[in-house]
Design a protein around this ligand. Structure first.
Ligand code: ZN
Length: 335
């Protein structure tokens, strides 16, 4: 997944030149992953097996894609790994320790700790050891079940996290699953109920409420638009439809850009396909052929171009774009 050196092709460089006029000169990435190779061996290619990726590696990988902003701040989220769900292993402790080391490098950056399904209140509280820890991340693959793509949110997000987030004004970044995403009745009902029950907790619906199939957000987002503590990050979304609609229905002030690093430095795109979505990766691109020629971009460039298209359709001002890429996140995390 993570390349030692990201190769920017000619088509990438041309896109970056276009993005240069669009991107503000300060950027706050609301959703990027770091990982410690001590417990993630085998998750990446052979040559990267020994390589941990923290704040410095993140910045040097991302700066060229973002037209070298004068400031690049980030909400660092540990890369989910199934081993973090296993109480017999110390993956979570290693992950926390690595996150804290990254937070120490720049007091203007923030981070979220990964939650284990079923984690107790005292366990969670004992892990809040750094002022830069501003939220929680949960993920379905930490569950001990094969079809975790069908999991209900409460299975992988302990309610204690809501209580603690409510008490401390912290965030929860949620990448929900199930085929219909936000259009799944149980997902939607859960979000409504918990956001109302814990009004001081901030729920960030990752990947535009995981609307890689945009219809799932188009039909539903209005129903939760009045919930002021539900925010959206647009990480990895490579088509403008859901971004456009969420900004239109929710307003810009609860929307943030995110890179989903290191996913964004892979080549490809996530596309809507019929009523589902599909991730195009290099192995797919290798098979593509067209007489008219076919270019491709890094996933992060696809995402930034989708952001730009949504901004064009919404006729956003540079001030709006600054809010999306910096101001909203820095306000949320009080940086
Ligand atoms: Zn992510």
């Amino acid at each position: 997944m993570l390349k030692n050196d990201i190769v920017y092709e000619r088509s990438d460089r041309e896109a970056i030149r276009i993005l240069d006029d669009f991107l503000p000169d300060r950027i706050f990435d609301a959703h990027a992953h770091i990982f410690d190779s001590r417990f993630m061996k085998g998750a990446f290619s052979e040559s990267d097996a020994q390589r941990s990726v923290g704040l410095d590696e993140y910045r040097s990988a991302m700066l060229p894609m973002l037209s070298s902003p004068r400031e690049l701040l980030v909400n660092m989220i540990p890369m989910p790994d199934a081993s973090m769900g296993n109480t017999a292993l110390d993956s979570l402790a290693i992950s926390d320790e690595f996150l804290v080391r990254q937070l120490d490098k720049d007091e203007r950056c923030v981070g979220e700790i990964m939650l284990r399904p079923g984690e107790s209140e005292s366990e969670i509280r004992s892990r809040l050891v750094h002022r830069g820890i501003k939220g929680f991340k949960c993920y379905h693959t930490l569950l001990d079940r094969n079809d975790s793509f069908n999991a209900d949110i409460e299975e992988y997000l302990p309610e204690w996290a809501w209580q603690i987030a409510n008490e401390k004004g912290m965030c929860i970044t949620l990448h929900m699953v199930k085929e219909r995403s936000l259009a799944d009745e149980k997902n939607l009902d859960y979000i409504k109920a918990m956001a109302k029950k814990y009004p001081n907790a901030v729920l960030i619906l990752a990947h535009a409420a995981r609307a890689f199939a945009p219809w799932t957000a188009l039909e539903t987002v209005e129903k939760i638009a009045e919930l002021e503590n539900v925010w959206y990050d647009f990480s990895s979304v490579c088509e403008p439809t859901a971004i456009f609609w969420i900004i239109r229905k929710v307003g810009i002030s609860r929307c943030m850009w995110g890179s989903d690093f290191p996913i964004c430095i892979d080549r490809g795109k996530v596309i809507s396909l019929a009523d589902t979505f599909y991730w195009i990766y290099q192995s797919d691109l290798d098979r593509f052929f067209s007489k008219t020629g076919v270019n491709n971009w890094l996933i992060g460039i696809e995402n930034l171009m989708a952001m730009r298209q949504a901004a064009q359709m919404l006729e956003l001002t540079p001030k709006d774009v600054e809010a999306l890429f910096f101001g909203n996140a820095s306000g949320l995390w009080k940086i």
